[in-house]
Design a protein around this ligand. Structure first.
Ligand SMILES: [Zn+2]
Length: 723
């Protein structure tokens, strides 16, 4: 089998080479011939490495059963070499630069490398180990150098610029023009206009940043795994409902501590503990461990790294002629400038703080009323909020969870996608996966056509970073007029099943599931012609957040919210209570989120991050906005992976910016009926299918007929803003 696959690959390469010989100059023909030989030699030297062969799996999903850790490095090195060779071929072309031979050709380079990196990156997040971590440290600077080698290639940029300069005369359609403009901009933003000395410095900065970011992520994971709250005495379980006790017992068992109870600072373990434990010192211990991650002056401390990343980013931005990293980032976003983001956040912060203060006093009153003799602290917030919620709405989390069995919620989302878009989901238990818990589904149109494949990985593990995200093993694009279908992923950290109950989700987890599914729909529906996407960071949460609006709609709950034991539908009175309590605790939720947004903007607009001390810097930013001490920002600097180890730097505000869009967009569904097929089709055609291939506002207006208004967001959060 393997040999045959190799032969086919060889023939393919020879055909490509022959075509190249026929149409190119001697120089490029020689290059093409040499490349065929090198690629063939690499394939021959790696006979067992699945990245060097066509995957040979159904839908060409990654062959996880054959991928070993040692396959990554040679494949990444070969991918880098091949992409460089593809770029060299574009540069060596004797023909005058055109859109096809330069811009479209460049878009089509690096497929081998991006296939390997998609798998490597996914495993780093969802299922890492010491070897993969070491590999990431080794490959991050290789990748940074490789990107710079392309971004700073002067001959390549000259060709791109030549095409860009005639753009008005090329008769390009919308998607082609968007690709051309962004390709040119990417070069400029990647340092193409710098002089030689500046370019050298630019490379150094990218090298350092790539390593610091990997280290930051490793430290956060290490800190998360380092903490254990082990409970040995039953008396210390006071307040915890049986399901949470069972969860603690199950976690202990998995950690080899059978007979005890273990709680960790993974969110699905910590939050239930904070919500119910009556042992105040234990609540303090666990919450402190959570918000002190990376700030413990040990070998995993991130204070210095955070400060350094902010400083290096500022230096890089200045080199490119921007006043700050935020100014550099935001130019690409809908918001455009840091001033606009700051003003937007400020407009929301003031009414939010008022609400949060009211909530804090209500909690303090409850503490006083029930015989507590202490001042409300951050580790009390969940417990007393839960008590107040039970008092005001007669609603508690453990009464709701039985109606949100993971599989039922999943089937509810499938049903929603069927109602809106006619999608069908077919489980594929035989497809290879990287962990036995992963579920794989083929997605089909109503008429049976293949849309793509979806991998879902639900529960926390020590090998998985915290949070929830959606990604792809392959994004859709067109190859000679044929659509290459996508393979999307959803990775979460949801409550695990226990010995006596399946995985029962909290309402937050239900919303998160809908959210990540929305990202995956954008990946699955994509009709992008080219491989490159340019998505404004602050529009990226539109497809995801709009899905959250459906999660608790009574009409949809009636489809999926069935009791896990009796199969009984969620009672109408519970649905009503859920609706009535939807604005409860919104001051807290919004305040902890906005505080993190403001912290992100502060780091990336600070004039002198090199001179600050991380903890003091953060404290000052929080004091300046008057954050109350009972609330900790959702992410403190030392574990703010979104901005120091992910793609959200100067972009964490994107969630609430996108919320203006998703609230306004959902109004369209409410006007026509929440399952209206025509509205859904229009959303799919105008927003999801072309996502990342044109300016987001233009797409939005085509769907909605007008730009969005902020009113929907304010209503959604129960905020009143003075106008
Ligand atoms: Zn999201």
């Amino acid at each position: 089998m393997k040999d045959k696959a190799m032969t086919i690959l060889f023939i393919g390469l020879i055909v490509v080479a022959a075509a190249a010989v026929a149409c190119k100059s001697d120089e490029s023909a020689a290059l093409a011939r040499a490349e065929v030989e090198k690629a063939a030699a690499a394939v021959a030297a790696n006979p067992d490495n699945p990245f060097f062969q066509p995957y040979g799996t159904p839908f060409s999903v990654p062959p996880f059963d054959r991928i070993k850790n040692e396959h990554f490095l040679p494949a990444i090195e070969e991918g880098i070499r091949r992409e460089q060779a593809e770029v060299d071929a574009i540069v060596a072309d004797a023909k005058k630069p055109t859109f096809e031979n330069t811009i479209a050709a460049l878009d089509h380079t690096g497929i081998f490398l991006s296939d390997v990196n998609a798998v490597f990156g996914a495993l780093q997040g969802a299922h890492t180990n010491k070897d993969l971590q070491a590999l990431a440290r080794q490959t991050a600077p290789l990748m940074a150098a490789h990107r710079d080698n392309i971004g700073l290639n002067e001959k390549l940029f000259a060709r791109v610029k030549a095409v860009y300069d005639q753009r008005a005369k090329l008769g390009l359609d919308r998607e082609g023009m968007f690709l051309l403009e962004n390709t040119y901009k990417d070069f400029v933003r990647g340092g193409a206009l710098l002089d030689a000395a500046q370019k050298a410095r630019f490379r150094e900065l990218n090298q350092e940043l790539s390593l610091l970011s990997v280290k930051f992520g490793e430290n956060v994971l290490g800190e998360t795994n380092a903490f254990q709250l082990v409970i040995e005495a039953k008396a210390d379980l006071v307040g915890l409902p049986p399901s949470v006790v069972a969860l603690g017992a199950e976690t202990a068992k998995q950690a080899g501590l059978e007979g005890k109870w273990l709680f960790t600072i993974q969110v699905p373990s910590m939050t239930p503990f904070l919500t119910y434990s009556e042992r105040r010192p234990l609540r303090e211990t666990i919450h402190r461990a959570y918000f002190m991650k990376g700030d413990n002056d040990n070998e995993r401390d991130n204070k210095e790294i955070a400060r350094k990343i902010a400083d290096l980013r500022l230096q890089r931005a200045k080199l490119l002629g921007y006043a700050s990293h935020a100014a550099f980032v935001l130019e690409q976003n809908m918001a455009k400038t840091p001033e606009k983001v700051d003003a937007f956040l400020k407009q929301l912060w003031e009414p939010t703080l008022v609400k949060a203060r009211e909530e804090a006093s209500a909690l303090q009153a409850l503490i006083d009323r029930t015989g507590g003799t202490f001042k409300l602290a951050s580790w009390d917030w969940w417990l007393y909020t839960e008590k107040l919620r039970a008092e005001k709405y007669a609603l508690d989390d453990s009464a709701l969870r039985p109606y949100f069995k993971l599989d039922n919620v999943r089937d509810g989302i499938f049903a929603l996608c069927d109602k809106l878009y006619g999608l069908k989901f077919i489980e594929k238990p035989d497809l290879p996966r990287y962990h036995p818990e992963v579920q794989v589904f083929e997605v089909r149109e109503a008429d049976g056509r293949h849309v793509g494949v979806l991998y879902m990985d639900f529960h926390p593990r020590p090998s998985k970073r915290s949070g929830a995200w959606s990604g792809a093993f392959r994004r859709a694009y067109y190859e000679k007029g044929e659509r290459v279908p996508p393979v999307s992923t959803i990775t979460c950290n949801f409550t695990r099943p226990t010995a006596d109950a399946p995985s029962l989700l909290s309402t937050d987890e239900v919303a998160t599931f809908f959210h990540e599914f929305g990202h995956s729909l954008a990946t699955l529906f994509s009709q992008a012609r080219y491989r490159s996407r340019t998505v404004a960071r602050d529009s990226v949460e539109l497809p995801s957040q709009i899905m959250e609006h459906w999660a608790f709609e009574p009409e949809l709950l009636a489809v999926y919210a069935k009791h896990y034991r009796t199969g009984e539908l969620i009672p109408a009175e519970l649905v009503e209570k859920l609706e009535k309590s939807s604005l409860f605790n919104q001051g807290f939720v919004t305040a902890e989120y906005l505080a993190a947004c403001i912290l992100d903007m502060a780091w990336h607009t600070a004039p002198n991050p090199a001179e600050v001390e991380t903890r003091a810097f953060e404290n000052k930013v929080m004091a300046d906005i008057g954050l109350i001490p009972e609330i900790v920002p959702r992410y403190r600097s030392t574990y703010f992976s979104h901005i120091f180890n992910g793609g959200y730097s100067a972009g964490y505000y994107a969630y609430i910016w996108s919320e203006v869009l998703d609230c306004d967009a959902y109004e369209a569904f409410k006007e026509k009926g929440i399952f209206d097929r025509a509205t859904a089709e229009s959303f799919r055609k105008n927003v999801l299918e072309p996502f990342g291939t044109e300016e987001p506002m233009a797409q939005y207006v085509r769907f909605r007929g007008a730009e969005p208004k902020i009113d929907g967001l304010l209503r959604n959060r129960g905020l009143e803003v003075k106008k």
